[in-house]
Design a protein. Sequence first.
Length: 320
Amino acid sequence: MIAKPTALTLPLSLPITRDVRDIMQAAWRRLATVIDRVARFGLVLPIGAASITGVVALALTGALAWPLAVATFLCVYSSYLIDHLADVGELAPEHESDRTKALSNRALFSALGQAAFIGALAISYAYSGLASALLLLCFPVAVALYGTPLFGALAGRFVPYRRLKDIPGIKAFYTAFFWALLVVYAAGFMAAIEPRVTGFFVAYVFLSDLVNTIFCDFKDLERDRLEGVVTLPLMLGVERTTLWLHRVNLAALAVLWGAVMMHWVPSWLIALTPVHLYIGAVVAQGATLVRRGGNPGDGPMDAAFMLWLPLAFIGLNLGF
């Protein structure tokens, strides 16, 4: 049976009294539990995606575009539902994740996903034009190729894989690529494709989501073994994967600081630095839980993207 997610402890080491630390730890555990419950219904990542495109819009134009944020949320929500719904009924009940169980009403959530994507298309077309709307089609198609037998049906006998996810080690890089494509979508939506800023965000989002996707595979180790899905944690083991995650997180931080220091991007983006401290702590805590036979879940890591927009506003208001 797959272990239930265990709330991560407070990912900070601060010089505070034991009573204050206990209060903070309890508050963090409650917050992590809330995030995990929201994540079961596939809402945390779409909010995080909207946060990312919000920061991209701010960097490119100096303004926050709510239609872009809403369209991004709806697109990512609908796209991830395709992947999650494809897992419903695939495994025995004792091996199903909490998210799969939460989405057991396939008809209801399929309808919600379709409505969400139609909404994303309508908003993109109304506010940005046909090109933006057409670009959105990449995302549900990419998810369908990844998590459903569509890939095998199209490839026929030429490729010995039913789904793209069956190709060993591909998941993290494939997912990160399409998250980076959200940057191109956002820039096109805003009609403000500034090469250096857009290029920075493509690289930065790719590295950031690479960490996110690989870490989130920790929660599905047993399930992936049963499905025959060979993810990087299964290929490398917990220790090497953890080391790799820390290095990629540092690489993303280096890209951020390098772009700011070279004046390629607005200086207030340096306010995103705490995201990487948070991610490093979540990776360390999550790896410890996995070693103990626990399950770190994906909510706390997914929530890292939600920090982007609030921190960006802090950077702007403090005049970084």
